[in-house]
Design a protein around this ligand. Structure first.
Ligand code: MN3
Length: 196
């Protein structure tokens, strides 16, 4: 099997009250598993077998293989999404390298506001992102399973704004979910680790 569902790096109830155990059970055990299973089926005969996940993601985009774009894109996104969160995360104290990039962008408050706005204004399912393009931080949004790798940038933080990520806990209040997620769950050390 090419792709495997990773274990969550914490207990199902670790992110409460900002993300419930029920949300994580459905999101990880059912949604992410489906992307893994479909990705394993769709990679066969795609010409991308045996490559790193990053190369498969970029290759799927280059080949316009929509099934792989959706499912392997989502596998990549979710693999990192679990680690982009932690119990006791959030706050505005960033590790050094990341802090420099955020200052260059215009500061923490602007970055936070732009990120939450990107997630709020993504029409339908998708993701809000912090990414590095040509050495500079940018805020982006993508539909469905797409991510910045497919658009020439390196993702360092992504928030899932598909309804399955927040509807159990926040119903239709996507901006409330984005604010709680950003202020209380983001694992800034993991974000910094993606700069290398
Ligand atoms: Mn999801």
């Amino acid at each position: 099997m090419t792709f495997k569902l990773p274990d969550l790096p914490y207990a199902y109830d670790a992110l409460q009250p900002y993300m419930s155990a029920e949300t994580l059970q459905f999101h990880h055990d059912k949604h992410h598993l489906a992307y893994v299973d479909n990705g394993n089926k769709l990679i066969v005969g795609s010409g991308l077998e045996g490559q790193s996940l990053t190369k498969v993601v970029k290759g799927a985009w280059a080949k316009k293989n929509q099934g792989l774009i959706n499912n392997v894109g989502q596998h990549y996104n979710h693999l990192h999404f679990w680690s982009w969160m932690k119990k006791g995360g959030g706050g505005n104290k960033l590790p050094g390298k990341l802090d420099k990039l955020v200052q260059g962008y215009g500061g923490f408050d602007k970055m936070r506001a732009d990120f939450i706005n990107a997630g709020t204004t993504q029409f339908g399912s998708g993701w809000a992102w912090l990414a590095i393009r040509d050495g500079k931080l940018e805020v982006a949004k993508t539909p469905n399973g797409e991510n910045p790798l497919m658009h020439g940038a390196q993702p360092i933080l992504g928030c899932d704004v598909w309804e399955h990520s927040y509807y159990i806990d926040y119903r239709n209040a996507r901006p409330k979910y984005l604010e709680a997620w950003f202020d209380h769950l983001v694992n800034w050390d993991y974000v910094e680790s993606m700069l290398s």
